[in-house]
Design a protein around this ligand. Structure first.
Ligand SMILES: [Zn+2]
Length: 135
């Protein structure tokens, strides 16, 4: 498995997200004002502008909204092709971009259920997905 590099934090709210992933738990901010679950982490709720939130452990399940396959490597650290980049809609609402691993080209379709798979790298844990329901 290639070594991923830890993304540079964009704000002071991201650390709790990465800390949860290190425990193999997907947690996102849940607004205490309106209940909206949001991603990426930030200071204010985009729905009601409340600054009050709590970290909500999520199911780690979702479905494929969009997926593209790369047939040529554009990054020397990831020479194996094909690989994909997918937009995953979490069961709790937010969408995020990740990779779906464990499936070959042509085996993943829009709407397919996926579940979180945690990949421990040297200094952080990456959130990936694999085809399948909860479990
Ligand atoms: Zn809100």
């Amino acid at each position: 498995m290639p070594e991923r590099t830890r993304p540079k934090p964009k704000n002071r709210f991201e650390q709790a997200y990465w800390d949860a992933l290190a425990r193999h738990q997907l947690s996102l901010q849940r607004c205490k004002g309106c209940g909206f679950v949001r991603h990426p982490p930030g200071e204010f709720c985009p729905e009601c502008w409340s600054g009050e939130f709590e970290w909500q452990p999520l199911s780690g399940t979702g479905s494929i909204v969009s997926i593209i396959w790369y047939m040529k490597s554009l990054d020397a650290r990831f020479p194996e092709v094909p690989y994909n980049v997918a937009l995953v809609r979490l069961t709790e609402g937010p969408a995020l971009i990740s990779n779906v691993v464990g499936s070959a080209f042509g085996e993943i379709n829009i709407g397919d259920p996926v579940r979180a798979r945690y990949c421990d790298e040297t200094d952080f844990t990456a959130l990936l997905f694999e085809k399948g329901s909860a479990g």
